[in-house]
Design a protein. Structure first.
Length: 255
């Protein structure tokens, strides 16, 4: 196991199964704070399962079982009595397809804070500007905050979804192939926003390509058939991997 200072999320010997299918097998991984950690590897390797375990999205999936522990900071997030709404405010998630809520741009960003009890107009205005700025969208929509969220382009909608997650100031931001359907210009804007966001947030990203993984990773973890093959600083993983399987995947010789 690679040791990092200021670990934010830790998986400790986690095995997770959907029925008889083990999606993760004895995974131990430390995810550092205020950095971009990339989870990469072939489809079906367990990457998205890791994301869903970190904010307990899999709780409603029947026929699953888990052993091991998942920590956010020093808290075992699967311990009895964990407040799930509070956990999900601390851990935001953005999916591959942009999923803006019906309503305006403003209403999308303020949805979470309003549910959390914030109704002060001035405070909500501040949250909207901060969140949209952090998501690199403010300058493009500042004059049309009350336009429909569906009037935005695909890339703008995805950045709006990021802003919606940031409105609650989560400690961790999980992103599952957030640029998979975007054009190169929109992809570059999302990636640039991630570089800025890591100054404040812990980011865990499943990239849509190995090229993206290499561009953005401060730290990287390679998953294959539910096993963590290798983890370490991104620069080392993508230039001098220690495991043959990792090298074969990065160079396109895999399989």
């Amino acid at each position: 196991m690679i040791e990092y200072p200021e670990t934010k999320v830790r998986l400790d010997d986690v095995t997770y199964a959907y029925g008889e299918n083990e999606a993760l097998k004895h995974v131990t991984l430390e995810i550092p704070a205020q950095a971009i950690t990339v989870l990469f590897g072939p489809a079906g390797g367990g990457k998205t399962t890791v994301l869903r375990l970190i904010n307990r999205l899999n709780d409603l999936v029947e026929g699953t079982r888990m052993t091991g522990k998942v920590y956010l900071g020093d808290e075992d997030i699967y311990a009895p009595g964990v407040d799930l709404p509070a956990l999900r405010r601390r851990v935001g998630m953005v999916f591959a397809l942009p999923l803006p809520l019906p309503g305006t741009i403003y209403e999308n960003v303020t949805y979470g804070p309003r549910l959390a009890g914030e109704h002060n107009k001035a405070r909500l205005d501040e949250i909207v500007e901060r969140s949209l700025t952090q998501a690199a969208l403010w300058d493009e929509v500042r004059d049309r905050l009350h336009a429909s969220s569906y009037s935005l382009s695909g890339g703008q909608q995805q950045r709006l979804c990021i802003a919606r997650s940031l409105a609650l100031e989560p400690e961790v931001l999980l992103l599952d192939e957030p640029t998979s359907g975007l054009d190169p210009i929109s992809t570059a804007k999302v990636e640039q926003s991630l570089f800025e966001l890591k100054q404040q947030y812990t980011i865990v990203l499943v990239p849509h390509s190995i090229q993206q993984a290499g561009r953005v990773a401060d730290y990287a973890a390679f998953f294959l058939m539910g096993e963590l093959v290798e983890a370490g600083p991104g620069r080392r993983i993508f230039t001098a991997p220690q495991q043959t399987q990792t090298q074969d995947y990065i160079t396109g010789r895999f399989g």
